[in-house]
Design a protein around this ligand. Structure first.
Ligand code: BGC
Length: 262
């Protein structure tokens, strides 16, 4: 990842490219995406997430990324919450002031570009279904992202059922993500083996409810997938996500392009 290079061409064909932004708890990343190939057209640029991460402060960073890239056109952004018709409806791991915020409108105003916002795991699901681990898979695919929380994307024949929030299933009296998110592994210093037991318990429950044809597991821990995915025992195959760090950016750009008609 590098700083913005002004020599990189920008503002081409607005129909074939969109700027994707991935908003996370520690960093906000953005790049221009070719939506027909899913490839990044510019270098990925990362800015630390402001603290407190209020809508206004995050809106400024989003605008900064778009301006730095010299982009004017469609923008897609992920957000780690339920996003219904552009409005944030939950705030599990973000500032509570987001609830009720029209995030589409906030970022559209801060950037001066049309911005479409969607849930972060949903964006990753769209990207993996189109270009990654779930490409061409029919039936029910469930992507789970293990990070600060647990995000989920449910796809049926490649089409997303948005805002599923399976990370908040209650298991044994606990919010599932409070026991099986990757951040819990770090916080409690769990080995992959110990943590995988919790993931197993969680994913068997999801499997019992949905009988998916395929699970895709993503989030930062997907880069270490060989340490824990083989320990899982489920009926459906489990594939690590393929787009790793780029899934959110790519999925956000694609969702924006699809929503507003390519
Ligand atoms: C949030 C989801 C989000 C997930 C991953 C959960 O706590 O409720 O909306 O997708 O974390 O960031």
């Amino acid at each position: 990842m590098t700083e913005f290079d002004p020599a990189v061409p920008s503002t081409p064909e607005p129909t074939s490219q969109a700027f994707g932004i991935d908003i996370g708890g520690t960093g906000i990343k953005g790049a221009l995406v070719d939506i027909s190939t899913g490839k990044l057209v510019t270098e990925r640029v990362r800015v630390p997430t402001p603290n407190p991460s209020t809508p206004e402060a995050v809106g400024k960073v989003v605008a900064q990324l778009v301006t730095q890239a010299g982009w004017s056109g469609l923008v897609g952004a992920t957000f780690p919450a339920v996003i219904q018709h552009g409005v944030a409806k939950s705030a599990a791991n973000v500032d509570r002031s987001w609830i009720g915020t029209d995030v589409d409108a906030e970022f559209t105003a801060s950037t001066g570009n049309r911005v479409i916002v969607l849930n972060d795991a949903d964006a990753a699901g769209i990207a993996e279904a189109r270009f990654g681990a779930a490409k061409g898979v029919e039936g029910v695919v469930i992507l789970l992202t293990f990070g600060t929380g647990i995000g989920s994307a449910v796809l049926v024949d490649g089409k997303l059922v948005p805002n599923t929030e399976l990370g908040h299933l209650e298991i044994g009296g606990h919010d599932a993500e409070s026991r099986a998110a990757a951040s819990v592994r770090d916080r409690e210093g769990l080995s992959y083996k110990k943590w995988a037991k919790r993931v197993q318990e969680y994913m068997s429950h999801v499997e019992y409810l949905f009988s998916p044809d395929l699970f895709v597991v993503g989030g930062g821990v997907s880069k270490d997938s060989e340490k824990w995915v083989p320990l899982l025992d489920l009926n459906a195959p489990v594939r690590p996500a393929q787009l790793l760090n780029d899934a959110g950016i790519v999925g956000a750009a694609m969702a924006a392009a699809e929503r507003l008609g390519e």
